[in-house]
Design a protein around this ligand. Sequence first.
Ligand code: UGA
Length: 461
Amino acid sequence: MKISVIGAGYVGLTTAACLAQVGHDVFCSESDLEKLAKLEAGVMPLFEPHLEDVINSVRKAGRLCFGSTEEAIAWGEAIFICVGTPPLANGDADLSAIEEVARMIAKHASGYRLVIEKSTVPVQTGGQLQKHLSVHSKNGLSYDVASNPEFLREGSSVQDFLHPDRIVIGVDSPRAEGLLRQIYEPIIHQMFTCPIHANCPQRSQPVFLATDTNSAELIKHASNSFLAMKISFINMVANLCEVVGADVTKVAQGMGLDPRIGAAFLNPGIGFGGFCFPKDVQAFIRIAEKSGCDFSLLREVEKINQHRVEHFIEKIRKELWVVRGKKIAVWGLAFKPNTDDVRFAPSIAIVKALLAEGSVIRAYDPEAVEKARVLLPDVTYCADAYQAAEGADAIVVLTEWDEFRKLDWTRLATLVERPLIIDGRNALPPQELAAHGFHYIGIGGVAATPEAVQSLARATA
Ligand code: UGA
């Protein structure tokens, strides 16, 4: 099918590349001309595992082109809207980019178009789109509007697109449903060449759920808000563990074994960040408020999350006593591993606060340095985790990159001024580090000291 994708952010680029990968002819537009030029020149504007390879291969096969919004509107019978919906000051989603695209479709398109909202939008946006298209259409446009929320995680978006658990569509006509089924047919039946694994192990067929547009829109916000609630819940349990002397990893393990709860998203830490959860929880609260439903539960989720940064800094203060003048090695700046995204990352707030208290920050992140540099110009950026640790009074882990787990602890111990690790993600092995002379402090009562490891060794000898 001829498909257009409007907006080449994480969602738009992944959608365009993966739809081309499964056999469609895709045109992807981007209004930021600098970004567009990069894409046309084969330069990736963001880091996302596997995405560059997929884009290169589908472009070579002639199934993906980049260009202007007008060209995209003229190209596809189905048009996916993947533009940004950033938060406004009052927490509402800013829908101006969506409105602008709708206006352009109404102005430039003729014949039939299936207009699909993939960007995360408040419930009833589909209805507004319908109205807007009908008011502004000029050239005898006929159309359907559908919702098709994305459930892509940054860092594994190609995997999530090609091997989803579910595909949700919100449609109000059989024609729209038929077209969306046709678009997703290769993915529903897992009939395509997987660019990630030659003998792809994940070939289970996703559930294809068709609902009305309002319900599909709500599924997206409700899913993200629920996951954020799970994280805030375990973060409160972590606080309790610290006070009463329990270990949150054991508590989470015990809870997660109940299939009704599930083990995923029970990792405590410095709070959820990124461009989805913080803004989606805010937007969902506003949607509920405007509809007369007091969703105060989500206000608590937000409040708990906002307090994570201060809670973590307090841990650092407690250990360093005086923060001013101390050298702190920061490992990880991205809001989570396998991405270079630092938007709403708790790491940024933590580093800003530590700088404001007068500490000297030497930071390392495998991918996010370029983007962090813009927000944190007063940090010394290092080539690797070892370099960041040189002369450090404390190492602080803010993103759980896999490579941090595989370091040479003996070498690390020779580099630091004081062997202290404060791990905001419970990412490193406490006992192993303590055996190498480090005092390790994690989240939720996870801790280890060289003395405790030695006395345990003596007791078992
Ligand atoms: C999230 C959802 O997981 C996707 O399903 C959704 O499509 C996407 O938002 C979106 O709306 O576009 P993403 O923001 O990429 O995806 O990242 P997550 O893996 O969900 O992590 C979000 C934040 O929660 C990160 O800061 C992460 O460190 C934190 N987190 C996650 C925890 O603190 N603990 C956990 O147990 C899990």
